[in-house]
Design a protein around this ligand. Structure first.
Ligand SMILES: *Cc1c(COP(=O)(O)O)cnc(C)c1O
Length: 381
């Protein structure tokens, strides 16, 4: 191939001695948005709290760290490719067959497996927007067409519009409850009503990464919905409440045919032995009890902060996650910079809003304080 017919994405290397790259990457990658990760805390000597990635402020429970560490000692061996011990434990917990538990390197990877399993190039995937920013990347990388259905004015899934967006090209619908980044959750009735309207050949994935932070009395019984609908798949992770974001492990609860497809496409030996051991340790009764206590504490902190901000005049969507969403529109970047100067690293979403993770009490108090300063400055302006 001569110089002039080189593909558009060709970028000359900065190093003049480096070999010229003439490979072609897939055209669908051109349109992919970049994943903007939560900013790390910069080390300039000032204390800052990184509340930009919805991580747990707690270190993993010691028994979990111990289980992972023990697994490290045999790292010369491949992990159990079938992830059998963990899948059996999860199956018992969810009262399904172990074949119905599909484990991968985080539930983000499970979503990628799901898209690889059901979406051909040109097929449509319907999801709410804003929502988890991995969705457009995963769908686009597979050559699928994203059909983004805007959230309602109250920052919730617009389920009637999502149902109306389903066409004969739709293979997959993604629901996120509680929704990242807005924190809004879907009720059992709303989900049940939506599922009745979705054609039986369209897969509906319910991403429940933040399920444990939802008010327990009102959380949707998604397991019951899963049992009623053969096209529903539930997505869970160990990254949030369990505090294993750095170890990379999550799973799907799927019906048998989809479970076989997920198992067929997942990368072999993806989940490491330490990750499998740590996740298994998270299911021990005494660890589950401690995780429940942590969920209670984080929920209480969330409600305390949301209450304090409401009393100060902030009208934020009611969050059921471990984070709050500030729909500040074009002032989002300004608010994020304002908070960062005062010690809080937040996550901004373009001209939509800003997300703050509920963390240790000191960070939460600082968030309330910064929000107060912002309003005061506003009042003076
Ligand atoms: C954090 C998160 C996940 C889980 O990510 P992992 O890959 O398991 O770390 C899934 N969905 C949403 C909406 C999330 O915010």
């Amino acid at each position: 191939m001569n110089e002039t017919s080189a593909p558009d994405q060709y970028q000359p290397a900065a190093d003049p001695l480096a070999p010229v790259e003439r490979i072609r990457t897939r055209a669908c990658l051109e349109a992919l948005p970049a994943y903007i990760a939560g900013k790390p805390s910069v080390d300039d000597g000032r204390r800052r709290f990184k509340v930009s990635s919805n991580e747990s402020p707690y270190a993993p429970i010691p028994a979990v760290v111990e289980a992972a560490t023990e697994a490290l000692a045999t790292s010369n061996r491949y992990p159990d490719m079938g992830v059998l011990a963990l899948r059996e434990a999860l199956a018992a917990r969810h009262d399904v067959d172990p074949q119905q538990i599909c484990v991968s390197t985080g539930s983000t990877a499970v979503i990628a497996d799901l898209v690889r399993a059901v979406v051909d190039p040109g097929d449509e995937v319907v999801y709410p927007w804003r929502s988890f920013e991995a969705y457009p990347i995963i769908v686009g990388a597979q050559g699928g067409n994203s059909v983004r259905v805007p959230l309602t004015a109250s920052h919730e899934h617009d389920l009637p519009a999502m149902a109306a967006a389903i066409t004969h090209r739709t293979r997959l619908v993604l629901l996120c409850t509680p929704n990242n980044p807005t924190g809004t959750a879907l009720s059992h009735e709303a989900l049940a009503d939506f599922l009745r309207r979705v054609p039986e050949d369209v897969v509906v994935a319910i991403d429940e990464a933040y399920r444990e932070f939802h008010e327990p009395a009102t959380v949707a019984d998604t397991t019951a919905l899963f049992r009623e609908h053969a096209n529903v798949v539930l997505l869970r992770t160990f990254s949030k409440l369990q505090g294993l974001a750095g170890l990379r492990i999550g799973y799907a609860i799927a019906h048998p045919r989809l479970a076989r497809a997920l198992t067929a496409v997942t990368i072999p030996f993806g989940t490491s032995a330490p990750a499998q051991a740590a996740a298994l340790a998270c299911l021990r009764p005494e660890v589950l009890e401690e995780l429940d206590r942590r969920a209670d504490a984080l929920r209480a902190e969330r409600d305390r902060v949301q209450g304090a901000l409401a009393a100060d005049g902030w009208d934020l969507p009611r969050s059921q996650g471990n984070f709050l969403y500030f729909p500040l529109a074009e002032r989002s970047a300004q608010f994020t910079a304002f908070a960062e100067q005062r010690g809080l690293v937040l996550r901004a979403y373009g001209v939509d809003g800003v997300r703050a993770t509920i963390a240790e009490q000191e960070a939460n108090d600082l968030l309330i304080d910064i929000c107060g300063q912002w309003r005061e400055r506003d009042a003076q302006a």
